[in-house]
Ligand binder design. Structure first.
Ligand code: PXP
Length: 243
């Protein structure tokens, strides 16, 4: 395994629980502090157009409180570009966004939008924010990401994670490996993520060239379970006025 690989913890799901009641808890800002105490090297949040989980207020406060680095995931729209240029995250990951999707469904198609997307990269990077493109490990998309002038790509690991059998998983890992080689040759820096779990992360963490893995769902899922016993015990203490 690549010892220098870093972990960006995606805390969107914490905000999803809060938004289920439109209340103030759990606060993703508090979650970011705990993730950093646990060793997170970065905090990732996705500010979606429909604001279904992370809110503008979260990104603004996280900019002040995150002690590692803040990765803002967003769609390449003029609204989001303006927000990023004002808040100045440490880097931005550009993702495709569809209102009806449950989560980001695939990599963005840069090759089809090269001129427009090159101008998005210029605006953000001229504003001092390095750009990462969330793409499939497809040679055309990697080449196009390079042509936009972006510093990073984030390889979409969803097909590897969702592979129905070992052979497909092996083939998808090979595609990611080839993608890393191509990106390194082009001078791109490489992140990866989506669908990674405690059980499937190791082979991806071993791929040469990957600098950071962005992981959310599996970490927040585990946090709910490992924290539940303590939370129930504490409620019983609250019954007794002893919390
Ligand atoms: N990277 C990107 C670009 C994403 O959109 C997401 C999901 O928000 C992740 C990584 C993390 O994926 P997961 O929650 O499956 O770990």
């Amino acid at each position: 395994m690549n010892n220098k690989i870093t972990l960006g913890v995606n805390i969107d799901h914490v905000a999803t629980i809060r938004q289920a009641r439109r209340t103030v808890e759990p606060d993703p800002v508090a979650a970011a502090v705990l993730a950093e105490l646990g060793g997170a090297d970065g905090i990732t949040v996705h500010l979606r157009e429909d604001r279904r989980h992370i809110q503008d207020r979260d990104v603004r406060i996280l900019r002040q409180t995150v002690r590692t680095h803040l990765n803002l995931e967003m769609a390449p729209t003029s609204e989001m570009i303006a927000i990023a240029l004002e808040i100045k995250p440490d880097y931005v990951t550009l993702v495709p966004e569809k209102r009806e999707e449950v989560t980001t469904e695939g990599g963005i198609d840069i090759a089809k939008n090269l001129d427009r997307f090159s101008s998005v990269v210029d605006q953000l990077q001229n504003g001092g924010i390095p750009v990462s493109w969330f793409i499939d490990a497809d040679p055309h998309q990697i080449q196009a990401a390079h042509e936009t002038g972006a510093k990073f790509i984030e390889l979409h690991t969803g097909k590897y994670a969702d592979a129905p059998d070992e052979k497909t998983r092996h083939d998808e890992l090979k595609i990611l490996e080839n993608g890393c080689k191509q990106a390194l040759d082009l001078g791109l820096r490489i992140n990866a993520g989506h669908g990674l779990t405690y059980w499937n992360v190791y082979p991806v963490a071993c791929l040469a060239g990957i600098e950071e893995l962005n992981i959310g769902h599996t970490i927040i899922s585990r946090a709910v379970l490992v924290g539940l016993e303590k939370a129930v015990k504490e409620m019983k203490l609250a019954f007794l006025g002893k919390l």
